[in-house]
Design a protein around this ligand. Structure first.
Ligand code: HEC
Length: 196
């Protein structure tokens, strides 16, 4: 079979179309952790687990144990007969996940943190915590560079869902903000994972 210009052109068109189709089915774009799954969806899935654990631990363990007079939750739980605070539970779980070395990290942060370590550590975090303050229902997310690596970061609002949140933060000696009210956004859950 002779190689004519027309045949060459047809082969070229078929090859280009095939590459385009394969790329569409299995995107290499760093925005995608799994082929076909957007990073925002991955972050939403991770957040749904964190949020369920945080809410259920607060409601069914801490509130219930305190209401029935069984045991209290206290910041100094390691030194006394007490449960860890919900914030401490989330932060401990986040550290445990981080230590697995999978490139996944999460923590609880605020623009008015009781401890400075829980404040924003980048411009992105400062902007994001402010954004979820104004639009609590909308996570704030972007791809951020850390050295040579790209990470997907998403911030979800953390609200004062009970009076206990407000009372404790308004009266804590180290709290820089003392006028929280019920349903205020007190901070955010920051999720970050490596892209590649
Ligand atoms: C009995 C006190 C107490 C209660 C109740 C409490 N917190 Fe906290 N919260 C703390 C302490 C202490 C920390 C810091 C924990 C650490 O870093 O070890 C903290 C941390 C946080 C942070 C991270 C920023 C910071 O201030 O350091 C957020 C956001 C937060 N809490 C929101 C809430 C919400 C929302 C509730 C209710 C669902 C709540 N807290 C209930 C004491 C409390």
């Amino acid at each position: 079979m002779r190689i004519t210009k027309e045949r060459l052109l047809i082969v070229l068109i078929i090859a280009t179309l095939s590459v385009a189709l394969i790329n569409r089915a299995f995107p290499h774009d760093p925005k995608h952790v799994f082929p076909g799954m957007k990073s925002q969806v991955v972050a939403d899935l991770i957040y749904s687990v964190i949020e369920a654990d945080r809410t259920l631990y607060s409601r069914h363990v801490v509130d219930r144990m305190q209401d029935t007079g069984t045991v209290i939750a206290s910041e100094n739980w390691t030194h006394r007969n007490a449960l860890p605070l919900p914030a401490q539970m989330l932060l401990m779980a986040g550290k445990r996940v981080e230590n697995k070395g999978l490139g996944l990290e999460y923590r609880l942060a605020s623009l008015w943190p009781i401890y400075k370590k829980n404040g924003p550590i980048s411009d992105f975090e400062r902007k994001g915590l402010l954004a979820v303050q104004q639009h609590p229902e909308k996570p704030f997310s972007a791809i951020v560079k850390r050295g040579k690596q790209q990470h997907f970061q998403a911030i979800y609002s953390d609200k004062a869902v009970s009076k206990a949140c407000v009372d404790c933060h308004n009266s804590h000696v180290l709290s820089p903000k003392r006028d929280y009210r019920l349903n205020d956004v007190m901070g955010g859950v920051i999720i970050s994972f490596r892209l590649e």
